[in-house]
Design a protein around this ligand. Sequence first.
Ligand SMILES: NC(=O)C1=CN([C@@H]2O[C@H](COP(=O)(O)OP(=O)(O)OC[C@H]3O[C@@H](n4cnc5c(N)ncnc54)[C@H](OP(=O)(O)O)[C@@H]3O)[C@@H](O)[C@H]2O)C=CC1
Ligand SMILES: CC(C)(CO)C(=O)C(=O)O
Length: 306
Amino acid sequence: MRIGIIGAGGVGGYFGAQLAAHGQDVTFVARGRHLEAMRTTGLRIESESAPAHLFPVDVTDSVEELGDVDVAAIGVKLWDTDEIGRRLGPHLRPDATVLSLQNGVNKDDILRAYLPAQTLIGAVCYISAKIAAPGIIKHDGTLARMVLGEFDGRCTERTMRLFEAFIRAGVDAELSTSMSEVVWKKFVFLVGLSSVTSATRQPVGVLRRRERTRQLLHDAMDEVVRVARARGIRLPSDFAGRQMEFVDTLPPGMTSSMLNDLLHGQRLELPWLGQSVVAMARELGVPTPVNDLLAAVLDPYVEGAS
Ligand SMILES: NC(=O)C1=CN([C@@H]2O[C@H](COP(=O)(O)OP(=O)(O)OC[C@H]3O[C@@H](n4cnc5c(N)ncnc54)[C@H](OP(=O)(O)O)[C@@H]3O)[C@@H](O)[C@H]2O)C=CC1
Ligand SMILES: CC(C)(CO)C(=O)C(=O)O
């Protein structure tokens, strides 16, 4: 398969490198010093479970050059989604497949505005990875999970081909027939984890060990479950409790991509995560005092360090 990876950061760089290292024809779109390093020294994945070094790397700075790919996977931060959709849409083949590796519950709606309707499939990934230095992606722990599926629940040849490509690349992949629930389940976990790790500047091991922060994490997730249920998403009412069991399996040093951005003075995805929960909850009349407070505490950092 000819695969374009737009945004070669923590997520795009990791999954793209694994696909390329296992036989797929991958072109990355990158920019700045990361692009230069990928051109000169390649793309290195530092990982305890799946280290890799691609050299040479097929990399460009032009989204428009991906016009003939079979699959385009989007791995930019949420604030760059509109730009990517606008640039990619007119160049895509009508039979291409697009998947967003991003977080949040409105990533696919943003893209739908720019892409031919049939191109988009659902995707949700679980991984902790970041650009450690130009050309180098650091994968923390061993979690590398990808859930894929058509939004209408059908099992199609294209989702099957992609699923098989991820499995061959060593990714813990799964095909789902209920992608909107999958997207919301990740959202519940991520909103809680990103807001609480960022507000406390602490990793998951500390948060789950201390009674108060454990309760805070549970309650932040539980409010998102209430918002989801008020919107008609079929999540069990005790889903936050079940997510705490998942939290207990994570490596103690794991944080979140938002805390990584905060510590590096970068913009935060908060408007699409915790702050969007607060906005949805207001419309629905669902009380979310924990997320209101966390969103307010993090608000001064949303635009990054000036
Ligand atoms: N990191 C993680 O562990 C996880 C992240 N996610 C989600 O995945 C998404 C991506 O996050 P993450 O991988 O951390 O992000 P990163 O910041 O690590 O990577 C994004 C990359 O895309 C580049 N980029 C943005 N726009 C363009 C463009 N027009 N042309 C070329 N390159 C571009 C950025 O460059 P520049 O730096 O110059 O902006 C950056 O190198 C987010 O929605 C995040 O929430 C999901 C699961 C886990
Ligand atoms: C919590 C985590 C690491 C899980 O994939 C994530 O999605 C993020 O921090 O953006």
